[in-house]
Design a binder for this molecule. Structure first.
Ligand code: ARG
Length: 476
């Protein structure tokens, strides 16, 4: 049998027979790790060059090797070369592809490297590449929120704590409060990327190589900042997966909080937001229904993002050095996190950018629930009343209004005096939502001035992300 028709395996010399069917089925990872193929091929190119520099491939062999890798890459991209059920993993499938193209020469590439340093390298490259894609989608969602925020700097809304009306805020400020976490997520991705940019190649199975390899050259060629400082750590370390999954889990949590608010805002009880038909769903039985399924899926999918992080941390806990096969379980959660965000973020961005904000409903809701009570207390403080007493006085005023079912500004001059000697009719100056918002001038607060400043800062920060998000990590 030729090497081409025989089942390609990367091991077997010391085994009397082939693997049991049950083992092969458990062990196989090619159905999910095939997506690492372009990165594995890029790493193979770098490794081939280093083998040639070391005198282990002659120039003519290097030329044939690189041509075969190019051809294999094109065949993988077109789908002409596909993994088969007999390929244990992406590395096995690609070695088969190389043997098909080069015969015995294809077997030279494995010198000085192991699947242990290869898979750690491939996954770092994959995640660094896709972190940029995820960042791009995060920027698009942030852009959608910022555009809506720009329209609603001056739209008042009833700001809440405990889902109870608390103090009036600008709805633009509220929307920007969902952008800030996304900016921190973007920062986290870039911080993560700097730590992930370490190349395990050259570590071999665990101890490095007796061959004169050049890990620094390989690292540089593959877009890493440096080779790993410890070959054992290099093949055992999956911090970069766990950290990536923490960032994506936290993104999931942020999206779930935004999703939950959209669910509330679009309910009949709130009625603050109307979704565009293209970004809402209907019911199979109730013809009138218009549901915010994107927002609900944002809430729901946070479960799998958090779950992926927990799965990988649990898998890593207590693993002895160095590589253990447990670590094959790192890939599906990582891929799932990328896939989930790439699906979810564009849908959320579309939903946010096309939603209609019911300004009339927000304006009407802003002062409801005595949300201007703090203005009264602050007004008293400006007149020298200790806040402790001001709070008490205002509480009595609220109780009076609640009993009479009237608003704060409806209390008569006489009744104001009865509630407290400190109160007089000029307190009504602060009893409007507009004045409450206008009075908030400190940086980061909800007044029109600070919100406009925040908008400008946020836009600048988002602009600084646009280039990073389209950066190419893996050179051709
Ligand atoms: N498929 C393996 C993984 O994803 C590749 C490394 C296998 N190494 C080994 N020594 N069996 O982790």
């Amino acid at each position: 049998m030729s090497a081409v028709t025989e089942r390609t395996s990367l091991w077997g010399g010391r085994f009397a027979g082939g693997p049991a069917e049950a083992l092969a089925r458990l062990s196989v990872s090619v159905q999910f790790d095939w997506r690492l193929a372009p990165y594995d091929i890029a790493a193979s190119r770098a490794h081939a060059r280093v083998l040639a520099t070391a005198g282990l491939l002659d120039p003519q062999e290097l030329g044939r090797m690189l041509a075969a890798l190019d051809d294999l890459e094109a065949a993988c991209a077109s789908g002409e070369f596909r993994p088969t059920v007999d390929d244990e993993d992406v590395h096995t499938a690609l070695e088969r592809g190389l043997l098909e193209r080069l015969g015995a020469l294809g077997g030279k590439l494995r010198a000085g490297r192991s699947r242990n340093d290869q898979v750690a390298t491939d996954l770092r490259m994959y995640l660094r590449d896709h972190a940029r894609g995820v960042a791009g989608r995060l920027v698009e969602l942030a852009d959608a929120l910022v555009e809506q925020a720009e329209r609603h700097v001056d739209t008042p809304a009833p700001g809440m704590t405990h889902v109870q009306h608390a103090q009036p805020v600008s709805f633009g400020h509220w929307l920007l409060a969902h952008v800030q976490p996304l900016l921190r997520d973007l920062d986290r991705l870039r911080d993560w990327d700097a730590r992930a940019a370490i190349s395990p190649l050259g570590s071999g199975a665990l101890a490095g190589s007796s061959l004169p390899l050049d890990p620094a050259a390989v690292a540089h060629e593959l877009g890493f900042t440096a080779p790993a400082p410890n070959s054992m750590d290099a093949v055992a370390d999956r911090d970069f997966v766990a950290e990536f999954l923490f960032v994506t889990a936290l993104v999931g949590v942020h999206l779930s909080r935004l999703g939950e608010e959209v669910v509330l805002w679009t309910s009949t009880e709130f009625g603050w937001v109307e979704l565009d038909d293209a970004f809402a769903t209907g019911s199979s039985i109730m013809p009138q229904k218009k549901n915010a399924d994107i927002a609900e899926l944002a809430r729901g999918k946070s479960g799998r993002l958090v779950g992926g992080l927990v799965a990988v941390l649990t898998m890593l806990k207590g693993l002895p050095l160095t590589y253990d096969r447990d670590m094959q379980e790192d890939k599906e959660p990582a891929f799932d996190a990328v896939d989930t965000l790439q699906l979810l973020l564009p849908a959320l961005a579309g939903m946010i950018s096309t939603m209609t904000v019911r300004v009339d409903r927000l304006v009407a809701a802003a002062p409801v629930g005595f949300s201007l009570a703090t203005e009264v207390a602050d007004w008293l403080v400006r007149r020298g009343v200790p806040f402790r007493d001001a709070h008490e006085v205002t509480g009595r005023l609220v109780a009076l209004c609640a009993a009479r079912e009237c608003e704060l500004e409806d209390v008569s001059d006489d009744d104001l005096k009865t509630v407290s000697e400190h109160l007089d009719p000029s307190v009504r100056e602060v009893l409007s939502v507009r004045s409450a918002l206008a009075a908030r001038t400190t940086p980061g607060s909800t007044g029109p001035g600070p919100v406009a400043e925040q908008l400008a800062t946020v836009q600048n920060r988002l602009d600084s992300w646009r280039e990073w998000a389209i950066e190419t990590v893996v050179p051709r």
